[in-house]
Design a protein around this ligand. Structure first.
Ligand SMILES: NC(=O)c1ccc[n+]([C@@H]2O[C@H](COP(=O)([O-])OP(=O)(O)OC[C@H]3O[C@@H](n4cnc5c(N)ncnc54)[C@H](O)[C@@H]3O)[C@@H](O)[C@H]2O)c1
Length: 286
C-alpha cells in the first residue's frame, strides 16, 4: 500500500511507521509538508497519489494552546480540512487522530463516552480538534477518525516523566480525580494499521487501551512494574495546581472512552496494564 504520513516525526507517527514498515511510506513533517498550506497539501497528494493519508500532525501542547492564538486552529482544524479535500479529490482514505478533549469531561465516572455522545470541548486544544473532526466529515466520506487519550510512546510523555521523578525523589504527589485510559502508541498504531488492513467501516472510533484508571494509580503501577521505591501521594487537581503553582488548561475529570465500536469491528484492544508492561520492557525498565 502507498501511504502518505504527515507529522511523521511525532510520537505516534514513529509507532505508525514501524507498524506499517514494508508498505510504501511517504513520510513528511512540517519542514517538507506544512498541512496548514492548502495549495501544498493538494499538490503533494495529487503528486504522490497515495491510497491512504495518515495524519499524525497536530498542535498537541494543551496548556500553551490556550494562549498560542490562531496557529492552534490552523494546525488542528485547517490542516485536517486541507487533507480531507485532497483525499476527496484524489480518491484516497484519510486516517486522522483526535482526542477525548472533544467531550466535556464531566460525565459521571461510572460511565464512559460513546462516539456519538454530545461534544462539549472546554479548551482551545479540544475546540480546535473538534473543528478538525467536523472539517473532515464535511469534506470527505472515506475517513477514519481515531479518538485517543493519555498517549505514551517514543517521545516525551507521562511515563517517562514519572520514571525520572521516581528515580530521583522519595515522594511525589499525583492527581487522583482524573479518570481515563493510558494508551501505548504501539497499540494505537496497531488499531490504525488493522483498520486499514481489515477495511473496517469508515467513521469515528474511540481508540485507547482497555480499562480505566487515574494518574495516581497509573503512577503506582509504573513504579511497581519498574521496581521503583517512591511514595505516591494522591491529590485533587485543585490541590495539585495550588501546590505546583501552575496555570493549566482545564483537565477532563472523565476521559473514559468506550471501545465497543472498535472491538465490534474486529479489533483487539489490549488492557492498559499489559500495554504498560510491554512499554517498560521496550524502554529497558522492566
Ligand atoms: N499525546 C497525547 O496524550 C494525545 C492524547 C490524545 C490525542 N492525541 C492526538 O494524537 C495525535 C498524535 O499525537 P503525538 O503525541 O504523536 O504528537 P506529537 O506532538 O509528538 O507530534 C506532532 C507532529 O506534528 C508535526 N506538526 C506540527 N505542525 C505541523 C504542520 N503544520 N504540518 C505538518 N506537521 C506538523 C510536529 O512537527 C510533530 O512531528 C495528535 O493528533 C494528537 O492530537 C495525543
Amino acid at each position: 500500500m502507498k501511504i502518505l504520513v504527515t507529522g511523521a516525526n511525532g510520537m505516534l507517527a514513529k509507532s505508525v511507521r514501524k507498524r506499517l514498515e514494508g508498505n510504501e511510506l511517504i513520510c513528511t513533517d512540517v519542514e517538507d509538508l506544512d498541512i496548514t498550506n492548502e495549495d501544498d497539501v493538494l499538490k503533494k497528494v495529487a503528486e504522490v497519489k497515495p491510497e491512504y493519508i495518515i495524519n499524525c500532525a497536530a498542535y498537541t501542547a494543551v496548556d500553551k494552546a490556550e494562549t498560542a492564538g490562531e496557529i492552534v486552529e490552523k494546525i488542528n482544524a485547517d490542516g485536517p480540512r486541507n487533507l480531507a479535500k485532497a483525499a476527496k479529490e484524489n480518491d484516497c482514505v484519510l486516517v486522522h487522530v483526535s482526542t477525548d478533549y472533544v467531550f466535556g469531561g464531566d460525565l459521571d465516572v461510572e460511565k464512559d463516552y460513546k462516539e456519538d455522545d454530545p461534544k462539549a470541548p472546554v479548551t482551545a486544544y479540544g475546540i480546535t480538534k473538534l473543528k478538525g473532526e467536523e472539517a473532515i466529515e464535511a469534506n470527505t466520506d472515506k475517513y477514519y477518525i481515531f479518538r485517543t487519550a493519555w498517549l505514551y510512546g517514543d517521545g516525551n510523555n507521562f511515563v517517562r516523566t514519572m520514571l525520572k521523578l521516581g528515580d530521583t525523589k522519595d515522594e511525589i504527589s499525583v492527581v487522583n480525580d482524573q479518570h481515563g485510559s493510558p494508551t501505548y502508541a504501539e497499540d494505537l498504531a496497531n488499531f490504525i494499521a488493522e483498520a486499514i488492513e481489515k477495511k473496517i467501516p469508515y467513521g469515528v472510533y474511540n481508540a485507547t487501551n482497555e480499562g480505566y484508571t487515574t494518574w495516581f494509580d497509573f503512577t503506582k503501577a509504573i513504579f511497581e512494574d519498574a521496581g521503583i521505591i517512591c511514595k505516591v501521594n494522591p491529590v485533587s487537581t485543585e490541590k495539585y495546581i495550588e501546590m505546583m503553582k501552575v496555570t493549566q488548561a482545564k483537565r477532563p475529570k472523565n476521559s473514559q472512552l468506550s471501545k465497543d465500536k472498535l472491538k465490534n469491528a474486529g479489533i483487539e484492544v489490549p488492557e492498559w496494564e499489559d500495554a504498560l508492561k510491554r512499554y517498560l520492557k521496550a524502554e529497558g525498565r522492566m
